[in-house]
Ligand binder design. Structure first.
Ligand code: 1GP
Length: 245
């Protein structure tokens, strides 16, 4: 079954967690070890991405190493057309909907599309929305971040994603954000859209995960958490709290 089909099937039974790994930060074997631990802690998929330059060779090496240890789907989370690898199971075919730069709206996507076809990776259309503070991805992606109190802007962008036919909406506070996306915003967006809602950025504690689950997040993404020394134990607690709600 294709990855989007697997996601839909899992979401019909409950919430999901995805672990984001940044190939820039560690060597391939370290990523594989972390991915295996994350799988043991209950994560449902591995996302590969980062906001800076990643080339195809390093992506191939990282995904190859992960695939030897982990049976979960590996989904690319690219910042540009060059960050593609045939070893991945799928790619989030994403548009940064509140970017000022056409490069992140459609241009990188247009450049990458023929490669996705050639490599035979499954594209999963996704609307990516940066919420304050947005962190590095907000800067690199030239975002006009949705203000934390601006629920109507968050709803507008999310509906825009749905009406474009995108399969998922991702509300992103930015990796390492001091606070996750506000629960009120998650609740407001969830009440307006019919497609699954991904939330990520700044989640470190089980209580934050529980609050986001209660607000209606379908998929939680964490990245930084698993990089710390006691990260795997904390990741397990965060995943449990999110899935239990
Ligand atoms: C970033 O939402 C993800 O794209 C994860 O953020 O690193 O803060 O968990 P963290």
């Amino acid at each position: 079954m294709k990855v989007m089909g697997q996601i839909a099937e899992k979401l019909a039974r409950g919430r999901m967690h995805m672990t984001l790994l940044d190939p820039d930060k560690l060597v391939p074997d370290e990523h594989a070890t972390i991915a295996a631990r994350a799988m043991g802690s209950g994560t449902d998929a591995i996302m590969i991405g980062g906001s800076t330059g990643i080339d195809q060779a390093s992506l191939d090496a990282v995904i190859g190493a992960i695939k030897k240890k982990v049976s979960l789907p590996v989904i690319l989370f690219p910042m540009g057309a060059r960050a593609l690898s045939a070893k991945a199971d799928a790619v989030y075919f994403m548009s940064l909907l509140n970017s000022r730069d056409p490069r992140f709206l459609t241009r990188e996507q247009a450049m990458g599309a023929p490669f996705i076809r050639k490599l035979g990776i499954e594209p999963i259309p996704m609307g990516y929305i940066i919420v304050e503070p947005g962190m590095k991805v907000g800067e690199v992606g030239q975002a006009e971040p949705v203000r934390r109190g601006d629920l109507s802007a968050a709803i507008s962008y999310s509906l825009c994603a749905q009406y474009f036919g995108m399969k998922l909406v991702y509300l992103e506070a930015g990796s390492g954000a001091p606070e996750p996306v506000p629960a009120e915003m998650v609740k407001a967006v969830k009440g307006a859209i019919e497609i699954p809602l991904i939330v990520g950025g700044g989640v470190r504690k089980p209580e934050q995960a529980r609050v986001l689950a209660a607000a209606g997040a379908d998929i939680l993404v964490t990245g930084t958490l698993v990089e710390s020394s006691d990260g795997v134990k904390r990741l397990g607690d965060v995943i449990k709290a999110f899935k239990r709600g």
